[in-house]
Design a protein around this ligand. Structure first.
Ligand code: SF4
Ligand code: SF4
Length: 207
């Protein structure tokens, strides 16, 4: 395959249009003439007219093609899989995670790190849980494999930090305290039933 063929290898299949840009003038005068011709072609004013129209519409009709991020945000799909969330049990407020370690084992980027211990009642509890978001590729395997629906992908996509260490802080990234009340249940094994609020006083477990 020649270099030209290689460059154009996708052109036919994706309906690209090739512009006729003419030949490059060699001499100085010819180059000057080309610049003048291109500068004062009618298309220049057509383009300016389009810009002016859009500007007037934005100024006087409040009809803007852009959004004022971060004050306005485009809706994202409910299936969007962004930063993980560690869910809590709505009844007790305890974390749903039982420390089984499946998410840590299945993670193909090896970015989940967790530790468990036994509490006073000899129940296993998760003592540490971090995800290195600098390495995570958001494949979703961890959420897929979790038997308790404890870790899920949430809709938060705005995550920035001055330090890489900030990409794994449990409180900041995985369970932001001020957003706990926004957590939503996901259907599946272990999920709270839709009428959980009605049954909450009948739950026999003390957790
Ligand atoms: S989404 Fe994939 S890469 Fe990221 S923590 Fe989960 S399993 Fe690992
Ligand atoms: S798979 Fe779920 S329950 Fe098991 S350790 Fe991971 S988050 Fe916790």
């Amino acid at each position: 395959m020649s270099l030209e063929q290689f460059k154009n290898r996708n052109v036919g299949t994706q309906n690209y249009k090739t512009l006729d840009v003419g030949t490059k003038p060699e001499k100085g005068m010819a180059q000057f003439v080309q610049v003048v011709q291109r500068t004062f072609k009618g298309e220049l004013f057509v383009g300016l007219g389009v810009t002016m129209k859009a500007m007037l519409k934005a100024l006087f009709a409040n009809d803007m093609a852009t959004i004022q991020y971060p004050f306005e945000k485009l809706p994202i799909s409910p299936r969007y899989r962004a930063i993980h969330e560690m869910l809590i049990l709505l009844e007790s407020g305890n974390y749903r995670c039982i420390g089984c370690g499946l998410c840590e084992k299945i993670c193909i980027s090896n970015c989940i790190s967790m530790d468990t211990r036994y509490d006073e009642a000899q129940r296993k509890e998760v003592s540490e849980y971090t995800i290195n978001f600098g390495r995570c590729i958001f494949c979703g395997y961890c959420a897929e494999v979790c038997p308790e629906l404890a870790i899920v992908h949430g809709p938060r996509y705005e995550n920035a930090s001055e330090q890489r260490a900030g990409f794994s802080l449990f409180e900041d990234m995985l369970t932001p305290i001020d957003k706990l009340n926004l957590q939503q249940e996901y259907d599946g094994f272990g999920a709270v039933s839709p009428n959980a609020d009605e049954n909450i006083k009948q739950t026999p477990l003390a957790y």
